[in-house]
Design a protein around this ligand. Sequence first.
Ligand code: UDX
Length: 438
Amino acid sequence: MLIAVAGAGYVGLSSALAFAVSGHDVRVFDRDHARVDRLRRGEDPLAEPFVEELLGTFSDMTFTTDPRAAFRGVDAVAVAVGTPTTSRGEADISQLLIVADTVAREAPQCHVLIRSTVPVGTGDRLRREALRRFRVVANPEFLREGHAIEDALYPDRIVGGGDAEDEPLVRALYEQILEQRFPPRGALVPRTAHPRLLWMDRRSAELAKYAANAFLVTKLSFVNEIANVAAAVHADIRAVTEVLASDPRIGSAYLRPGIGWGGSCFPKDTRALVAFAAESGYEFTILRAAIEQNNKQLLRTYEELATELEGRVGVRIALLGLAFKAGTADCRDSRAIALAELFLTRGWEVHAFDPGVVSSPFVPPAVQVKRTAIEAADGADAVVIATEWPSFAALNLEELRRVMRGNLVYDGRCILEPDAVAAAGLRYRGVCPPIPND
Ligand code: UDX
């Protein structure tokens, strides 16, 4: 099939490459000239595993800013443009509406798959308005940054929402992924587990995407809350989460306590779900609480550090981590950066290091970005681990102690061993505190 993918972000680019691996001809459309130029040169703009290799393999893939060249003669269009949040917390679907108009103008009658996360009813609206001539299918993705290609080739499930007559096209488009029959590409080989195509109506498919993210953030806020209770009652949260994780009904994923959840999806999608539920007359109590807990969780860290460093002048913080999670360079809605902003507001100096981030428009200019963790810790009163990079778990604690001015280490991601920190002459604080000695 000849597929056009609109939007070359995480979702669009990984979908496009997965379609190419599955044997389809693919054209990628993006309005961003700089990004398209980089992709034409075979460069990965997202720093995602496997992307550069696949761009090299499919070097004849079309990347274009020209809508006519992108959409002419295609069998299907997959739309994966951003749906950022408005100041009122709603999803801003303006980019999607512009692309829909462009597709309506340039593409032949075909299927249009909506990969973007969109409020329930958006597909119906497109079907009634801009895309009247087209077959509109809700086809949300569930990829995690840092695993975009793997999640596209080995999804847990593929969700399709539309009329029954739309299903065969979607099944054919994803056939090689559903049956794990695509030709191996280096380490990307078909697996024995086959994902299922879950077919439903458009609205249910749209809601399912929000429901999945909402469930995960609720789990995270819950575990953070239990960690706070554990600290208050002198119980060991690591032992408690081990018990939770061993129950298959609960599952072991998304149980690591931290300074809160962030990223390009969770915050915006949860706000959007609360907003469109409210618009339909329903108050989403649990999700509102999960969001509120996430805000509190960050303040808790900040306040604990403020108490610990009370009375010190010229405080310098070494902030380890800027990306919203390990394995990505993405700093959108990063809790690490929200923390940096609180520190700066208090007049503290922030020296930061992140193995994946050299510069980012999201890092406040006052934050000094260093080349190593030790460089960031040099002269610091406190080291704060804000992103769960594995290299931070392997820090040389003796060296850290030697270069720091103070001796406080705040583990905001539950990745250090409190005993090892204490053995190096450092004071451990964090979201997973050990049980104090009697
Ligand atoms: C998420 C969803 O996982 C994905 O299905 C959806 O399509 C997009 O949003 P992503 O934004 O890449 O993916 O991040 P994810 O790996 O889910 O992590 C989100 C946040 O939760 C990060 O801030 C991370 O640090 C935090 N987290 C995750 C924890 O604090 N503890 C955990 O145990 C897991």
